[in-house]
Structures are given as C-alpha cells and as structure tokens.
Design a protein around this ligand. Structure first.
Ligand SMILES: [Cu+2]
Length: 142
C-alpha cells in the first residue's frame, strides 16, 4: 500500500554508451580527447576540454584562476554541482562507463557552450569532442 519513495533518484549511470574502438581524435588538434585525470580551470575554460579515463579513476579539477568556477553536471548519468574557489581542487571518482558532461554555471551553460567539458569513462567514447577556444562550439565566455 505504501507508495512513498517510488521515484528514487538514480545516481549511477544506467545507460552506457559503449562504442568499440579508441576514443579517437577527429584529426582536428583542438578537439582531441586526452587520456588524463587532471583538469585545470584556466582563464575561464577547462583544460583539456575532453578527457578519457578508466572506470574507477578519480578526476581532479584544479582552479588556477583567482575567481570561482563550478563543476556542474549536465548529463543525466550523474549529479554534481560543486563550487571551486580560486586555487582549490575538487575531485570525483567515475565508477561507471559513460560520457559525463560538465560545465561551469558562471562561465558556461548546460548546452556545453562556454566553459564546459566532457569526461569519457571506461568503454564509452566521446563521439563529438568539444572544440578548443575559438572554435564555434567552444571558448566563448559569458
Ligand atoms: Cu567558471
């Protein structure tokens, strides 16, 4: 008879975008995917903007600017909204394969324009890497 808590928030990734093959670069140097767990927030942009890590890896975001940024999720597979004051670092461990979209609520937007990035984990490949500063789909500051 109890209907409470029928709709629990799902935090873990339930949809895995598994694409065989490597998380390739498209050939455009500014839109490549880098194998690294270390991301900096520099001049109001994530560097690099597309990273890939193995499942279970802890990704660290270090704010090298003096002003505040945020690490905010905008894909359905996780829920994070963390303030990162200048000089500080936040981290998140990605246990599940998937592509996780991130933006800064101050300098970017949820459509991944402005300050934004993608994290590919495990078997999941980033199919459309975000461009570097100056590209049509990236770099614009808000
Ligand atoms: Cu920011």
């Amino acid at each position: 008879m109890t209907h409470r808590r029928r709709f629990l928030t799902v935090f873990a990734a339930t949809t895995v975008t598994a694409v065989p093959g490597c998380t390739g670069s498209t050939g455009r140097g500014s839109a490549s995917v880098e194998e690294t767990s270390e991301v900096t927030m520099t001049e109001s942009q994530f560097q690099p903007r597309n990273v890939h890590v193995d499942a279970g890896t802890t990704v660290m975001w270090t704010n090298e600017d003096s002003g505040e940024h945020t690490v905010t999720s905008t894909s359905d597979n996780w829920r994070v909204d963390e303030r990162v004051p200048g000089g500080e670092t936040v981290e998140h461990t990605f246990e599940e394969s998937g592509v996780y979209d991130v933006y800064c609520t101050i300098h970017g937007s949820a459509d991944l324009s402005g300050m934004s990035m993608k994290v590919g984990v495990g078997d999941a490949a980033i199919e459309s890497p975000l461009g570097g500063s100056g590209d049509a789909n990236g770099g614009g500051y808000y």
